[in-house]
Design a protein around this ligand. Structure first.
Ligand SMILES: *Cc1c(COP(=O)(O)O)cnc(C)c1O
Length: 377
């Protein structure tokens, strides 16, 4: 028998109380029972997003929230600035193309972090830019961009800062209001520990003002209409009832642990994983690693895709390979969400045996030991 264990950077493992909640009989979404759930979820989301504003929920994957952010904050003819340093940064540009929004891109070498000074320069050259579309945790390269510094550069300009926080929210500090983030976008299947299917957008006053003048085509993704319903603990359309019911459970779990402890746990798991893979002869791909997932290149002569495949077939462990131009070059181990130190030891232990099987000169125990030293602290 092989037990299956999930270490992909989305979907991530789901805690038992959320699984149980989804197995309960479904309830009517226009009932006092559901409105009570929605009221609790509203408060829980404000806690996790660290905002006083409403966090809008929609039935979509995270990309739906990205699209909603674009079509609600920009108007026809508006220009945008896109920061691209990976697959998800590129997605902002693709959404702009889909809606005919002219944009300038700041291209960052994959694996490197965006330089906020380049964003400042670009905004000086493009004083009419109405939105800066950024990524906080770039899951495809394992980079955590300096969103706080980018926010400081954008704040004095007319542009809204739209941040993809899909793998930073609930992983590392994302103080939406304190940093002045105008739109924070997230999804359910990452650190919120749920199946895919819920998309989130939190908007600042500046972003709501932009929404007021936005005339891009939209119907389902009309955030102002959603907010109106949400204020009555309702949704404009049928919400993903079972996911919302389960979200109440995972939000309660995050609140019980406390955000500072959640961030510290992810930091510790990430540090242990980084130490472990490096002790096994792998190199970190990212110069500014995200605590959501570790991206690494294998030791010389070993194929990243062989590592991914061997972990899956011989150990029941799912990690991710590289996407796009990184296909076959890197592997990515998630440690976000419902993950603890013993999980990290399990994946590193299996990685050691995998590398040994593939012929890498590893000493069994070295990766695990490096991680244990950090977990013991
Ligand atoms: C997962 C993810 C998304 C959303 O992707 P979906 O497949 O649409 O849920 C967006 N941005 C980042 C950085 C992600 O990791």
């Amino acid at each position: 028998m092989i037990r299956k264990r999930l270490f992909s950077p989305g979907p991530t493992p789901i805690p038992p109380e959320a699984l149980a909640a989804m197995a309960r009989p479904i309830i009517y979404h226009r009932s006092p029972e559901f409105e009570a759930v929605q009221a609790e979820v509203r408060e829980g989301l404000k806690y996790v997003f660290q905002t006083q504003n409403e966090v809008i929920l929609m039935a979509a994957s995270g990309t739906g929230a990205m699209e909603a952010a674009v079509v609600n904050t920009l108007a026809r003819g508006d220009r945008a600035l896109v920061i691209r340093g990976g697959k998800f940064g590129e997605r902002w540009g693709e959404i702009c193309k889909g809606y005919g929004i002219p944009f300038e891109a700041i291209d960052v070498e994959w694996g490197k972090a965006a330089d906020p000074a380049r964003v400042a320069d670009a905004l000086r050259r493009l004083p009419d830019a109405r939105a800066v579309l950024a990524t906080h945790s770039e899951t495809s390269t394992g980079v955590l961009h300096d969103l706080q510094a980018i926010a400081e550069v954008v704040r004095p300009t007319p542009a809204v800062l739209v941040a993809d926080c899909v793998t930073s929210l609930g992983v590392t500090d994302v103080p939406t209001d304190a940093w002045g983030l105008d739109v924070v976008v997230s999804g359910s299947q990452k650190a919120l520990m749920l199946p895919p299917g819920l998309a989130f957008c939190a908007l600042s006053e500046k972003a709501w003002a932009a929404a007021g003048r936005s005339d891009l085509p939209k119907f389902y993704f009309n955030l102002a209409a959603e907010r109106k319903s949400l204020l009555k603990n309702q949704n404009a359309f049928t919400p993903a009832v079972s996911l919302v019911v389960a979200l109440r459970e995972t939000l309660a779990r995050i609140r019980a642990e406390g955000l500072p402890n959640v961030f510290a746990r992810h930091e510790r798991l990430a540090a242990a994983t980084r130490a472990g893979v490096q002790a096994l002869g792998c190199a970190l791909f990212s110069e500014r690693p995200t605590p959501a997932a570790t991206a690494a290149t294998p030791p010389a002569g070993i194929e990243a895709s062989a590592i991914v495949k061997t972990l899956r077939t011989e150990h029941g462990i799912t990690i991710a390979g590289g996407q796009d131009r990184l296909k076959g070059k890197i592997f990515r181990i998630s440690h976000m969400g419902y993950v603890d130190g013993t999980d990290v030891i399990a994946v590193l232990g299996a990685l050691e045996r995998t590398l040994a099987r593939l012929g890498a000169p590893v000493r069994l125990g070295e990766g695990v030991r490096a991680a244990q030293e950090i977990l013991l602290k």
